[in-house]
Design a protein around this ligand. Structure first.
Ligand SMILES: Nc1nc2c(ncn2[C@@H]2O[C@H](COP(=O)(O)OP(=O)(O)O)[C@@H](O)[C@H]2O)c(=O)[nH]1
Ligand SMILES: [Mg+2]
Length: 670
């Protein structure tokens, strides 16, 4: 293979030099690539604003005890944030051709292999991660025999075969690499059976499989990752191209994990075949089951409309026919016709290669691009805004509050000092005594709080125990045992129900316990507010609803998969046990996130109150210090006042910095 170095687990080479030119605004990816680029610029600015804030916090709000890692996590996750679009549909509907037309016509050729028959042999991810360097990673089909998920394999580079791409802009090199992804081999039926790619007892699942001399053709690879510095991929786009689904060869991971992770699913149908039974099977099991899941966009592409272009009909007659087919597709899918886009990928690609604007308009590819840009990017922005911008803003606002409290405290002290001007020494002595008493009282308060805090931490530890992964792992073992004992469809159903019910149970308990903790903290805050004039902190309640929802959605998807042909037609242990492994590993992920969220909630709560008490203590200490100095030498009063004035100015300047950071963080996308 020309220009490709094949290695198993060899280190990635340095990043190749960029030679592909960024496209002008009028060219390919119109609308979509521009929007994606400005989205990626916005995200970069957002990340650097959070980093600046984090830097400020480190210098100005030193924490005692455990460090709060939440902001670091957010920064890391934003840096590796991706926009994932999955292309689903039956074999030969033109998914790969559509990718060529939409994203890769720069190369002025058909880059991804697309031809009649099966070309995309395994789920293929197109993406770019700088750290990995340009390469193609292939997971051997034999790994299907293990209980390890693709997600787990992604953490372990040893199992993958890596093809390093040496030249960045060589279409030839890319084409050769893509061909490697489509490789197949002939194996004995026994081997195919072991891989879960063939079941001799199952006629439905075997449709389309040809056996010669007990040998079957199977894909060489189970999963492919193409890591390539294409401008769109560099800006964070991840495309998932899928093969048509053979019910036995399907990966439960696709339904339970990869597709739900996608921000948008594009379902591809072909105008010449209409909506077939197997199209409906994919639609029902993989696409429409994600319907209720918020913020996930779905689009249906009715491809190959060129089949309806007829020189013997007028343009309006042809358009009418196309519209009619769009309507009937909407009816079959029970979908709004607005999300169905009629296109011709082939004509679109040809038009782009030949710069034929008339054909391009006719192909509908531009409309589809605009639709992707309008629907998917704003939805993705909204996800980040709701999740991250909101959370970070909350933290910055708390820093603001703290600074304001500091400012008011210093201001009060200043007023007191200024009043001292005309007083005699006895009066000043009296004031020193009052302040000493105040300080003592406050120190008792802090001690009291420390005791309460210890008690609360204990309570919180009990709460985190409920969300302990060990408990979940025990449940997983038990469920696996139950399932083994009743390896039937009904048994499976019962085991799944029980699993989710038991997994969700602790979340209700945790909610109750967290309310008790919140109540205690609220009481402290109210007291501090009433007795010492500290600003009233509003403590947020712990919400586990998103995690319960995620588990419910996962249960729903598991139910759909369990009902799907992949399981009904076979009692094959490999399929069922793989399904189980993926399902529990997804549940485990959600559970873990939930537990981390609960811990973060408590940490924030405790540090918030602690910070406020510390600020107030500083103010009292400083006030007492200056008044004592004045008592010792009344002439230092001017000095003390100017030192406090200076501090006040410093705090005001800090407040200015934090206000500026908050503005940057909340700056919306242009
Ligand atoms: N007439 C026509 N054929 C197309 C179009 N898009 C794809 N095809 C053909 O359909 C076949 C399957 O395409 P491919 O992209 O491999 O389909 P996939 O299996 O869904 O990825 C190939 O022969 C393509 O040339 C189209 O818009 N019009
Ligand atoms: Mg394909």
């Amino acid at each position: 293979m020309a220009n490709i170095s094949i290695s198993k687990d060899s280190p990635a080479p340095g990043r190749p030099k960029t030679t592909i030119k960024r496209r002008p605004a009028s060219a390919e990816g119109q609308g979509f690539s521009q929007k994606l680029a400005s989205f990626s610029i916005w995200r970069e600015k957002f990340v650097s604003a959070i980093e600046a804030y984090q830097h400020w916090v480190e210098q100005n709000e030193p924490v005692e005890g455990e460090n709060d890692l939440r902001i670091y996590e957010l920064i890391e996750s934003l840096k590796s944030d991706k926009l994932k679009i999955a292309f689903m549909g039956e074999l030969s509907r033109g998914k790969t051709e559509l990718l060529n037309a939409l994203f890769f016509s720069d190369y002025k050729k058909r880059l991804l292999p697309s031809s009649a028959g099966r070309t995309t042999m395994c789920p293929t991810e197109l993406r770019y991660d700088v750290k990995t360097g340009a390469c193609i990673k292939l997971l051997p089909i034999e790994t299907r025999k293990t209980g390890t998920t693709i997600a787990e394999y992604k953490q372990n580079p040893v199992q993958w075969t890596t093809l390093h791409l040496l030249k960045r802009d060589s279409a030839k090199e890319l084409e050769a690499a893509f061909l490697e992804v489509t490789k197949t081999k002939r194996v004995h039926t026994r081997e195919a059976e072991e891989l879960g790619l063939y079941d001799p007892s199952n006629e439905i699942a075997n449709r389309g499989i040809s056996i010669v001399d007990d040998m079957i053709e199977i894909p060489c690879w189970r999963h492919a990752i193409i890591n390539y510095p294409h401008p769109l991929l560099e800006n964070g786009l991840v495309i998932l191209d899928t093969p048509g689904l053979n019910s036995l060869g399907s990966e439960p991971e696709l339904t339970l994990s990869m597709l739900p992770e996608a921000h948008a699913v594009v379902f591809v149908l072909a105008a010449d075949t209409g909506v077939t039974v197997s199209d409906m099977e994919i639609w029902n099991n993989h696409v429409s089951c994600t319907k209720k899941e918020q913020l996930r966009e779905r689009l249906v592409v009715l491809n190959k409309i060129d089949a309806m272009w007829d020189p013997l009909r007028t343009e309006s007659e042809v358009n009418k026919l196309i519209n009619k087919q769009v309507e009937s597709t909407a009816l079959s899918l029970k979908e709004n016709r607005k999300i169905i886009m009629p296109v011709s990928a082939k004509a679109g690609l040809t038009a782009k290669i030949n710069d034929d604007s008339e054909l391009l308009a006719k192909s509908g590819i531009n409309d589809l691009e605009l639709c992707l840009a309008r629907k998917i990017l704003p939805a993705k922005y909204e996800i980040i805004r709701r999740k991250v911008v909101y959370e970070v803003s909350g933290r910055v606002e708390k820093s603001q509050q703290l600074l304001k409290a500091k400012y008011n405290g210093v201001d009060n002290q200043l007023k007191k000092l200024k009043e001292l001007g005309g007083k005699n020494l006895d009066e000043i002595q009296e004031m020193v005594s009052i302040m000493r008493r105040e300080k003592k009282k406050y120190e008792m308060e802090i001690k009291g709080f420390e005791i309460t805090r210890k008690a609360l931490t204990k309570q919180a530890t009990v709460l985190f125990n409920d969300l302990n992964l060990k408990a979940l792992d025990q449940l997983i073992r038990l469920t696996r045992k139950n399932m083994r004992e009743s390896w039937t469809t009904a048994g499976l159903k019962k085991a799944i129900r029980l699993f989710f019910k038991t997994a969700m149970h602790p979340m209700g308990n945790v909610k109750k316990k967290s309310e008790d903790i919140k109540k205690s903290v609220d009481e402290i805050c109210h007291k501090m507010h009433k007795e010492y004039g500290l600003p009233l902190i509003r403590v947020s309640a712990l919400s586990l609803v998103p995690y319960v929802m995620d588990l419910k959605k996962l249960e729903g998807r598991a139910e759909v998969f369990r009902n799907s042909a992949a399981i009904i037609v076979t009692e094959q242990n490999t399929v069922i046990s793989k399904f189980f492994v993926v399902m529990v590993s997804e549940a485990r992920k959600i559970f873990d996130e939930c537990s981390q969220h609960a811990q973060g909630w408590f940490q924030e709560l405790a540090s918030q109150v602690h910070n406020q008490l510390r600020v107030h203590k500083n103010i009292i200490d400083k006030g007492l210090e200056s008044i004592r100095a004045i008592h010792e030498d009344i002439d230092t009063i001017g000095q003390q006042i100017s030192s406090l004035e200076q501090e006040k100015a410093n705090i005001a300047a800090q407040l200015g910095i934090v206000n500026g950071l908050l503005k940057k963080i909340q700056k919306p996308i242009e």
